[in-house]
Structures are given as C-alpha cells and as structure tokens.
Design a protein around this ligand. Structure first.
Ligand SMILES: [Zn+2]
Length: 215
C-alpha cells in the first residue's frame, strides 16, 4: 500500500510520469488498474456522506509487486475517513472525553469508537518510537517543538504525531499547517490505525519508510 493525493487526476498523472516509487525496492511504480471499491463514511459532526472510493493500483517495475494507492484521507482497513478517527483521538486526549461522548458527537456506533481508541492506545508506544525516529531523520529542527511526553501513551503518541507534522510543514514550507493525521497516514502507508501493522513493526527492527512522505 502506498499513500497518495486524494485527487485521482493527480494520482494518474503522477503514476504515468513515474513519480511513485515502490516502498519495497524504490523502483518506479506503473499504473495497474484499480483496486476494488470501498464505501467510506465521512463527516465529523454527525454522519456525513458515504462516498465510494476506487483506489488506483500500481505495479513495480523492479520487484513486480502490486500496490494499492490509498488516498491520504483514508485509513487502511477502516470504514471511516482518517479525519474522523483523528477527531476521536483528539477529543480523547485534549478534552478527556470517553468513547460514548465521542461516539455521540461523531454520530458513530459506540463500539466502533471504542475500537478506534483501543487500537490507538495499544499501538501508542510503537507510534512514539517510529515517529520520533522519523522526526529525527526528516525534520531534526522540529525536535524542539516536541514537548516532553506527559501523561499516558496515547497523549505521547498524539504529541509526536503533531511534532512530526509541524516539522514537515517547516521543512517544506507548507502553505498552512500540515494536519498530523495526513502526515501520519502518509508516513506509514495508510496503516496508522492498524494494530497489525504496529505489531509487525514491533517484531522487527525499526525499518523506516523510504523517502519523505507526501504532505
Ligand atoms: Zn518494488
């Protein structure tokens, strides 16, 4: 899985021009049809539109692997847009809200929101390690804006994700702030909210992704 812009026209032209590299071997990825469609729930104040996304697929010229090119607004294996899960995490950390209150605010089932928050909490330590290493590599000047982690693992994870987004914004002169959920999703190829991904990272040495993720 590779994370790309949410604009399909953009994705098509970048793919055709050879602007997407394989996360495995860094060779060029060429267009290779589309993945199956996914219905994604949007909207962070009550259920917004359900949109059908049909991600592009690409095939690596080097190793032959096929990759799904996941829109940066989406989270792998989740039926809700990444932004919705991000708001749940922020509400938990910044407001101290519980999953029931967050579920009511977002217009999502309580069990779904509880699942997101549990998954994020389980992965929090790995997220801190991974993004602290990325921060040092991609935006060392921004390490200073990363406050000493206070509170629990979830707060520390959100804090390092915020620092990483701020660091990328500074380094690349972004117009406006870089949203932490986008830089986070891009840096781990859509798997920011996937416990399986973080468990696998935990079993191997910390292998950082190739290159600097897209804004
Ligand atoms: Zn490859």
């Amino acid at each position: 899985m590779i994370t790309v812009s949410h604009d399909l026209v953009d994705v098509d032209s970048v793919l055709r021009e050879g602007g997407v590299s394989c996360p495995g071997c860094s060779a060029r990825v060429r267009p290779w049809g589309s993945a199956r469609p996914r219905s994604i729930r949007h909207g962070v104040e009550g259920l917004g539109p359900v949109r059908v996304h049909r991600p592009r697929r690409g095939r690596c010229e080097g190793c032959g692997a096929t990759h799904v090119l996941l829109d940066v607004l989406l989270a792998a294996r989740r039926a809700d847009a990444a932004e919705v899960i991000a708001v749940a995490v922020e509400s938990k950390v910044a407001q101290g809200w519980g999953h029931r209150k967050i579920a009511a605010m977002l217009g999502r089932p309580v069990s779904t929101v509880r699942g997101w928050l549990r998954a994020f909490a389980v992965c929090a330590d790995r997220i801190v390690e991974w993004f602290a290493a990325l921060l040092l590599r991609d935006a060392p000047d921004a390490v200073a804006v990363w406050p000493a982690p206070a509170g629990d693992g979830v707060s520390a994870a959100l804090s390092v994700l915020l620092a990483y987004a701020a660091g990328l914004g500074q380094r690349f002169g972004a117009v406006g702030p870089v949203r932490w959920v986008r830089s986070g999703i891009a840096a781990c190829h859509g798997r920011l909210f996937c416990p399986g991904f973080w468990a696998a990272v935990g079993q191997h040495e910390l292998a950082l992704p190739v290159g600097v993720p897209a804004r």
